[in-house]
Structure formats: structure tokens, C-alpha cells
Design a protein around this ligand. Structure first.
Ligand code: KIV
Length: 293
């Protein structure tokens, strides 16, 4: 698409169900970002993203959207400390995580690692500009490339990363003129976030787009208010439960058997009209809110 001059759309995604819907929406790349640390796990920093969780989430996204390109964000310290470890971890994202491409936050000093990753057969997207995994050094989640020296360095980083084998670049939170310079200095598709309209592709954190983030970045314009809708849906459920306004009883469990597009499983004879998932297990897993006799 980038070659044809058509912009492509990327979004972060962290689970199979959301991936399925975003695939139906026609989103071109799903990024399993280390922002999952914040959006999914409730940390305040992306550097807290555990590697094992990132791999598992990536596989879930790919299972939900097998036909969409899935990019796995390599977490903090999964690629910085040791090149051998980095290549093995990237390989895990591709085999266990089913990722099509991995992303690392990098500058020109990562070129030797990127050459090795490329030689090993790992497609890599190099993330330049503002690099949130460096927040402890750079004084928080800040913009980048504001001084001429910093801007020149970012252009040099992008060029070095492409030369080292990166098949894609992502540029975060830089002035539009700098994005333009990076696009002109490189030949691979460039994805932007908070970097102006010029890049070949654009990415946003899904929760920012959906209106679910309490403090979205200034450049993220929400297109929905799902946070408020989720709250309203939860409140409606609370109301229905308190008023005993619960519809239906009996079977109708979810069925994830391939080929069953309804998702509803017909109950077997022994399960008819029990109204519970499993009578014995329901008893075994007594709720913290004890049932009144
Ligand atoms: O982790 C992430 O979600 C990202 C995007 C903000 C680009 O890297």
C-alpha cells in the first residue's frame, strides 16, 4: 500500500476478540504494543511489560485476526542487554507469538543487532523519535527531535536502521518537518504516531481512539466514547441484577468450535435447563458473596 501511495491504518490491539473486530474493520496492522503494560495490566510505565505476557497476547491477537499483519513490540530488556537473547526473544515472538514482524525502539547503535536479527530471518520495524522505554533517562514520555541536533540524529538513526535491515520504521512524537525528512531519507514504509499526516501509515493506541483512556496524548483524537458506554452498560447490568430482570434460563453456552459462527452451543441432554455452567463446579467455586439459602 505504501508503494501505491495509499495510507495504511494500524492500531494497538491486545486480545483476540478485539483483533477479530478490527480485522473486520479493515485495519491493516495490529500492533501488540508494550502499552499493554498500561492498558491491560494497569502499570504506569511501558517498561513493566513482562515478556511472557507479551508473547501470549501477541499469539491471541494473531489467532483472532489470522489474515492481518501482527507486529509484536519487544518489551524493555528483552533485546537491549544481549544480542543472542534479543534474537532468541524475537524468534519466540515469531514462533510462539505468531508475530509477522517485531518492533524495537532503536537508534543507530542498534544497527549491528538489527543486522543479526535480519540475517536470522526476523522482519523488524525500528521505532525512532520519542522512545518511551527511555523515559527514565529522557525525563518522562516527551516529544523528540525539537532541536536541530536531535532532529539530525533521528534522521541518521532512521537511515542506519534501514541500512541494517529494518523493513519498516515507526516515528513517534516529532515535529512534522522532521517526519518529512525521515520519509525522504529512507525507502521503507514509515508509520507515524503524533508525527503529523505525512507518514505512509498511522498508528494509535486503541484505548485512546475509543475514548477509554483517562489521559490520552494531545494528538490522539477519540472517535468513540466507549469508556462512558462501558460504564453505562455495567451500571445497567447492576440495575437489572438488583431488580431480578434477568432474561432466559437453561443452556446456550458459548461454543468456540471452528465453523460455528453463532457461538452458541446446543446443550446436551444431561445439561438441559440446569441454568448453570456446571452444577458441581458452581458449588466448588462458591462466590465470595455467599448465596442466600
Ligand atoms: O507500545 C505501543 O503501543 C507503541 C505505540 C505507541 C506506537 O509502541
Amino acid at each position: 500500500m505504501a508503494r501505491e501511495g495509499k495510507p495504511f491504518a494500524c492500531l494497538t490491539c491486545y486480545d483476540a476478540t478485539t483483533a477479530r473486530w478490527l480485522a473486520k474493520a479493515g485495519v491493516h496492522i495490529l500492533l501488540v504494543g508494550d502499552t499493554a503494560a498500561e492498558m491491560i495490566l494497569g502499570f504506569t510505565r511501558t517498561i513493566d511489560m513482562p515478556l511472557e505476557v507479551a508473547i501470549a497476547l501477541t499469539a491471541g491477537v494473531k489467532r483472532g485476526a489470522p489474515d492481518v499483519m501482527v507486529m509484536a513490540d519487544m518489551p524493555f530488556m528483552s533485546y537491549q542487554a544481549d544480542p543472542g537473547e534479543a534474537i532468541k526473544n524475537a524468534g519466540r515472538f515469531m514462533t510462539e507469538g505468531l508475530a509477522d514482524i517485531v518492533k524495537i525502539e532503536a537508534d543507530a547503535t542498534f544497527a549491528p543487532l538489527l543486522e543479526r536479527m535480519t540475517r536470522a530471518g526476523v522482519p523488524v520495524c525500528g521505532h525512532v523519535g520519542s522512545r518511551p522505554q527511555l523515559a527514565a533517562l529522557s525525563g518522562g514520555y516527551t516529544g523528540a527531535g525539537r532541536t536541530p541536533r536531535e532532529a539530525d540524529q533521528i534522521v541518521a538513526d532512521a537511515v542506519a536502521l534501514e541500512r541494517a535491515g529494518c523493513v519498516m520504521l515507526l516515528i513517534e512524537a516529532v515535529p512534522e518537518e522532521l517526519t518529512q525528512r525521515v520519509i525522504e531519507a529512507t525507502t521503507v514504509p514509515v508509520i507515524g504516531i503524533g508525527a503529523g499526516p505525512a507518514p505512509h501509515g498511522q498508528v494509535l493506541v486503541l484505548h485512546d481512539l475509543l475514548g477509554m483512556s483517562e489521559t490520552p496524548p494531545r494528538f490522539a483524537e477519540p472517535v468513540a466514547q466507549l469508556g462512558a458506554q462501558l460504564q453505562a452498560a455495567g451500571a445497567e447490568w447492576v440495575r437489572r441484577v438488583s431488580e431480578r430482570r434477568i432474561g432466559g434460563s437453561g443452556g446456550g453456552h458459548r461454543d468456540v468450535t471452528p465453523g460455528n459462527s453463532t457461538g452458541i452451543r446446543t446443550p446436551s441432554a444431561g445439561e438441559q435447563n440446569t441454568g448453570t455452567h456446571s452444577p458441581s463446579s458452581a458449588k466448588d467455586h462458591a462466590s465470595p458473596i455467599q448465596r442466600q439459602q
